[in-house]
Design a protein around this ligand. Structure first.
Ligand code: PGU
Length: 407
């Protein structure tokens, strides 16, 4: 008799973003003719850079000719792209080897799958609030007990709040896997080198592993802030880093990312090299490599020309964030993030619950935001605003909040 993975039953609700989409659709159906302004999911809207489009065409053309056709590629990624990623790290002062780079179809799958190479007994710590995939993937893997109100038993929540500048202290107890995200989704706050150093020291002392999600590092404009955890000495002994072409070059629908697993990473029961080998084993067994066409696009994104073109689009989203930030502050909101990140983290008015405010702002201003409680218990009483969107829609949304939202 087959049985289901009953850990799925522990999940408190549907995955956050489809849930928002469902409620938005219901609102739109009930209110035909109302233009809904979407600042909910962090989804790119602007076209790809010209040099990337050219490279994607090249990828297709190669498939049309027997001399350049390619089928299955290396599961770990095209060696040219792995080398380009190594060169990118080198440009920020981090030295890596190509076999520490694993190209993937995005940071979401990697952030969900990486836990599978660690023991089911590992104690997991997450920033609270956090990108929900870190928690949900560990719930599904059975590393938690049941949901107890807004928390899961057995999971260590590291609160990020106004008092600690939205970056947590290291855990007091011993934990084994630590998820950190900087620039942070959802708070938009970037960790300093000093703050990351404390986690690296903790991880090395406790033989813990940090899973560092750097998917938004392209939005860091302040050069004193670290773009990679490997800028901290010793991080290669204890940290795995994820990144993505989604936000860097608009590949949200194209799909491409990478995962760095340094050979120096160790666990309590493994020597250097083993964790890297396990991820290689996992990927070669369960993943058949990213699309060859898409990898051509990724290569172009990492050239000087591609990076400059991408930067223009990133600057556009950063300008959106500035417009939203100023508009919300003018309306009297308490706003965080949004300067080195595409997200703004905002307190709800009058201590409203996040989902109540989601309904209110949708009803009164026709604007979709993301309820903070969807990212964890410390997100209650907040909402997240995404700066991804066409400028005219962003301006309309801010104007509508200013004019129509009743505080
Ligand atoms: N990591 C973080 C921290 C993210 O916020 C997102 C996207 C990803 C990874 C996904 O990267 P991919 O390379 O595109 O797979 N977060 C968006 C989209 C929602 C989702 O479910 O991924 C968001 O609105 O939070």
């Amino acid at each position: 008799m087959a049985k289901i993975n009953s850990n799925y039953n522990k999940l408190a609700a549907g995955y956050l973003f489809p849930e928002i989409a469902k409620r938005t659709k219901a609102f739109a159906e009930k209110n035909p003719g109302v233009a809904v302004l979407r600042l909910g999911i962090g989804n790119t809207t602007e076209p790809l850079a010209p040099s990337i489009i050219k490279a994607l065409h090249l990828g297709v053309e190669k498939l049309a000719d027997v001399k350049t056709y390619s089928g299955y590629g290396d599961e770990q990624g095209d060696s040219r792209l792995r080398k380009a990623i190594v060169d990118y790290y080198s440009s920020i002062g981090v030295s890596l080897e190509s076999d520490e780079v694993f190209v993937s179809d995005g940071a979401k799958p990697d952030s969900a799958n990486i836990q599978s190479i660690f023991s089911g007994k590992c104690i997991v710590a997450v920033q609270d609030p956090a990108y929900p995939v870190y928690v949900d993937s560990n719930v599904i893997a059975g590393r938690t007990g049941s949901a107890n109100g807004p928390t899961y038993e057995g999971l260590v929540y590291m609160p990020c709040n106004e008092e600690n500048g939205y970056f947590p202290e290291v855990p007091r107890e011993k934990v084994d896997l630590i998820y950190l995200c900087s620039p942070n989704n959802p708070t938009g706050v970037v960790a300093t080198k000093e703050q990351l150093k404390k986690f690296v020291e903790y991880a090395k002392k406790n033989k813990a592993v940090i899973i560092f999600d750097a998917a938004y590092n392209w939005f860091i404009t302040d050069n004193s802030l670290p773009k990679s955890i490997y800028e901290v000495e010793g991080a290669k002994d204890c940290a795995i880093e994820l990144n993505s072409f989604s936000k860097f070059s608009g590949f949200t629908g194209v799909r491409l990312g990478w995962c760095i697993v340094p050979k120096a990473v160790v666990t309590e029961d493994s020597a250097p090299g083993k964790v890297n080998q396990l991820w290689n084993r996992r990927q070669t067994t369960m993943f058949n490599g990213a699309s060859n066409i898409v990898q051509e696009g990724g290569l172009a994104a990492l050239t000087k020309e591609g990076a400059l073109e991408n930067q223009k689009v990133i600057d556009y989203y950063i300008e959106n964030a500035k417009i939203i930030r100023e508009g919300l502050i003018a309306k009297g909101f308490n706003v965080f993030g949004g300067t080195n990140a595409p997200y703004l983290w905002v307190r709800t008015p009058n201590n409203m619950k996040s989902w109540d405010f989601f309904d209110k702002i949708l009803l009164e201003a026709n604007v979709v935001v993301t309820p903070g409680s969807g990212f964890g218990p410390s997100g209650e009483g907040y909402f997240r605003v995404s700066a991804f969107g066409h400028r005219e829609n962003v301006i309309k949304a801010v104007e509508s909040i200013k004019n129509n939202l009743k505080l």
